[in-house]
Design a protein around this ligand. Sequence first.
Ligand code: HEM
Length: 467
Amino acid sequence: MRSISQKFPPGPRPLPLIGNLHILNLKRPQKTFVELSKKYGSVFTVHMGMQKMVVLAGYETVKDALVHHANEFGERAFVPIFEDINKGFGLPFSHGETWKVMRRFTLSSMRDFGMGKRTIEDKIIEENEYLIKHFHSQEGKPFDVAVITNAAVANIITSIVLGHRFDYNHPALLKLTKLVTENLRMVGSPMVTLYNLYPFVKFLPGTHKIILQNIKEIHSFLRKTFLKSRKELNSDDQRSFIDAFLVKEEEEKTNPNSHFHEVNLISVVTTLFTAGTDTTSATLQWSCLLMMKYPEIQRKVQEEIERVVGSQQPTSGHRKLMPYTDAVLHEVQRFGNIVPLSLPRETTVDVTFKGYFLPKGTFIIPLLESVLYDKTQFEKPEEFNPQHFLDSEGRFVKKDALMNFGAGRRVCIGETLARMELFVFFATLLQKFTLRLPPGVTQVDLTPAIGLITPPKPFKICAFSRF
Ligand code: HEM
């Protein structure tokens, strides 16, 4: 008999060919995984078709793997649709040495960008003014907030990548955000899950083909519009990401050991758009929806803004003085739970974890939903309750279990940027407007959309100017 240390984690019995697919909620697999964790514990196996996957559930286990065993769980898993899309390049789904070079380059370029005369926060504040103007222009009538939050957040990325923004109705910006959003919905759809499990259906028509066609369009759009418009820019003091890339590429040409040639500029830029737009925008959409659902919480945020910021521009410097607003935004990120399955990992070596043996190359799902809704960490996880991040004196309490950006070696590189955007956008919106449900709408639907990133389902808001 095998000792426990050589055993693979337990799980439901698989059927031939389909594994456990018959018991899986393909639209929201996280829901099935949470249920299975109640029966099999915090480390268990599911068979998705013929692919064996190990799910890690709950704060303690996910943290133990991603942080305390950072190297062992530090590789990204191979997922057919992402390999097709990125061809080994886009940062979130790259591997080995290529990943290291891309991550280092992306991080250092983002840091350099923030060290110019105008900081990233200056850019966010500038964009915020356009966002506010747009809200004003709606004159309290119902409008779809997703289109505009997508455009505003995408503009922060275009500022980083190109050094300039687009008008919200610019066809290029609208097209780019539409393609990116569509793809993020489709990569998490049941059809594409099936494609990932049975990639030999590659040659048949299906959603995976539409995704690849969209990617082609995104690439050619970026190549044409962005690289062309870069040439037309007046050079200013602000180095854009593309400038940094071209300089680095030139420098590395003479280095025979360099892996930099493996970095594909268009893939890096596509990644920043894909990873950096819908995520932050989805969180902003949750913040608007939840403020309409809980007007008394909205009012308390507005009171704190009045007391601390008054009519000044809210900046990240105000955050420490605004524990209630900070707690509300943290709770929005927890409750919104926009990347419920995180991005899959793979073990880099044979590892014995929690008494189970996981061979090198095991496909790992760090179930973030089970972390953000962990009862041992949050008193009433199913409720939207800013008290989760406040003590009895009303002071802000940081919670390590708010792991919405992942953790460890492959932790999100956009966390600082996203947190700054969220604070400035959210605080300014509530400083200037009261958000209400459109006339005749009495119920707020908190069911998330389906996809890899899960914003709320489409909804409309009315923004009433406060002054
Ligand atoms: C609220 C906003 C965001 C959330 C909730 C979020 C969440 C995540 C999560 C869960 C991961 C996987 C981490 C892991 O494997 O442990 C990730 C990875 C990543 N994110 Fe974000 N993200 C956000 C915003 C951004 C932004 C603004 C950018 C870029 C400007 C970005 C770029 C990336 C990249 C490049 C990766 C892959 C990192 C790697 O594999 O080395 N994200 N993000």
